[in-house]
Write a protein that binds this ligand. Structure first.
Ligand SMILES: *Cc1c(COP(=O)(O)O)cnc(C)c1O
Length: 401
């Protein structure tokens, strides 16, 4: 048992800002990961949707190795030959004029916030320091001090103040509340089209359309955080496609790096992204040639392997099979594509720990919900395998109160 030594070391020497399942992963391929003791598990989290393409996808792997043999980092002080390829790919795939590259999701969210504020000062003549952005209850947009300033989760914000002003919270899914929070200083509304960390919570049908219209009518920007929901996870390329809306700004990250590398950024049209002038925003690593080469390959895999459509079909299959189990502890099965929230009427942790023992790695989010979000390359046979394990766990493990 090598695992325990790694666990002890980590507990002793690392900050305890996570409560991981005690599985020490050493290798991975596709939907499968292997621990240091050689045990095999199915990854049903996909690193919070950063590995939609499956672990170590060969095409992305090759793009990374090839690029690493040429040049990896130039900084934006110079140009490189890979970033324009990424711009072109994203433009073709999404229809947005332009892209502004960053690295992590939180940086891209910060970039969207800066974009919205600057756009509002330049276009709406707001008084200095007055811009407001309306966000939703139970949002998750990352961990920076500004972003946790508008979290409604005490774990995320407590003891991290003073907080960044300029954010107004409205009830997710309640269009009347969003409307009531708009005033002359409003620059943008920023939401997740489906809330991932909140437990795969979709708003009422029509909400995204209503938000889009509200933004248009009031000349404010509609910012959609698709970092987790996007790039095929929800069963469409972007979750906002379900309601046929076109946000002014789309934030992407996670699967844009194919699980190999942090790549993020924001998509928008020129009229918006052109608010930036040289020197007004930047990132040392953002848009580096290694990141760009990896991102292009990651996007090509999503397209070539039809991963959004696969997610849609396999997700429906997974949900049907879960519902058919008829487990009394299941309160609700929610899902969009292979992004499934299983809400229990009891605590989730004992079940995620038992699932791990059976070889299924799924993580609880908050106390009562288990998220099943395997890589989008999963097959029906592999889903059947997981369902069998899930059934076994939920028919043998007793809940704890
Ligand atoms: C993960 C996530 C982020 C933050 O991304 P990081 O890369 O962890 O900074 C932001 N928004 C959403 C919706 C996310 O799921």
């Amino acid at each position: 048992m090598k695992s325990q030594q790694f666990i002890d070391l980590e507990n002793k020497l690392g900050a305890h800002n996570y409560h991981p399942l005690d599985v020490v992963v050493e290798k991975a391929e596709g939907v499968w990961v292997y621990d240091v003791d050689g045990k095999k598990y199915m990854d049903c989290l996909s690193a919070y949707s950063a590995v939609n393409q499956g672990h170590r996808h060969p095409k992305i792997f090759n793009a990374m190795v090839e690029q690493a043999q040429k040049v990896t980092l130039t900084s934006r002080a110079f140009r490189n030959d890979q970033l324009p390829r990424l711009y072109e790919k994203l433009n073709k795939m999404t229809g947005y004029d332009k892209f502004l590259p960053m690295n992590t999701g939180a940086e891209a969210v910060e970039t969207a916030i800066k974009t919205a504020r600057k756009w509002a000062y330049l276009n709406k003549n707001l008084p200095e320091n007055s811009a407001e952005i309306i966000v939703a209850t139970d949002n998750f947009h990352g961990r920076t001090t500004t972003i946790v300033s508008f979290s409604t989760d005490p774990d995320a914000y407590e003891n991290y103040g003073p907080f960044t002003p300029g954010f107004i919270i409205a009830k997710y899914g309640d269009i009347a509340d969003f409307k009531a929070k708009i005033n002359n200083n409003t620059a943008a509304i920023m939401i997740e089209p489906i809330q991932g960390e909140a437990g795969i919570v979709a708003p009422p049908k029509g909400f995204l359309q209503d938000v889009a219209k509200l933004c248009k009518d009031n000349n404010i920007l509609f910012i959609c955080d698709e970092i987790q929901s996007g790039l095929g996870r929800s069963g469409k390329l972007f979750a906002h496609y379900y309601e046929d809306v076109r946000p002014d700004v789309v934030i992407v990250g996670k699967a844009l790096g194919g699980g190999f590398y942090p790549v993020s950024g924001i998509l928008a049209d020129s009229a918006i992204l052109d608010v930036f002038q040289p020197g007004t925003h930047g990132s040392t690593f953002g848009g580096n040639p290694l990141a760009a080469a990896i991102a292009v390959a990651s996007l090509e895999v999503i397209e070539e392997e039809n991963l959004a459509q696969k997610s849609f079909e396999q997700g429906n299959y997974f949900v049907e099979k879960l519902k058919a189990l008829n487990i009394p502890y299941f309160k609700e099965v929610r899902g969009a594509g292979l992004w499934i929230g299983l809400e229990l009427n009891t605590k989730a942790r004992p079940f995620t720990e038992a699932l791990k023992e059976e070889g299924v790695l799924a993580k609880e989010t908050h106390v009562h919900t288990i998220r099943f979000a395997p890589p989008l390359v999963i097959t029906k046979e592999e889903i059947d395998w997981a369902i069998e394990k899930i059934n076994k766990v939920f028919t043998t493990i007793k809940p704890v109160e």
